[in-house]
Write a new protein. Structure first.
Length: 71
């Protein structure tokens, strides 16, 4: 794991948002939020570039927003 400031800040930010999605999915019984929240908590361990990490999180968040508006 890369210990640069950007990687640590990005992983904390993305994992924190993933934790919020996970808790929301658990409380509201929404499995898509559970799965993608878990994914957002785990993948920062494997991606070390800040912009790639935040970009993936933005795509996942946009997908969750879009899917919640459709249903």
């Amino acid at each position: 794991m890369n210990l640069s400031f950007g990687a640590l800040t990005g992983s904390l930010l993305v994992s924190g948002v993933g934790f919020v999605y996970f808790n929301y999915g658990r409380k509201k019984s929404r499995p898509l939020f559970l799965v993608l929240g878990t994914l957002m908590m785990v993948y920062p361990y494997f991606i070390t570039d800040f912009f790639v990490m935040v970009g993936i999180a933005a795509v996942i968040s946009a997908f969750l927003y879009w899917s919640s508006r459709r249903s």
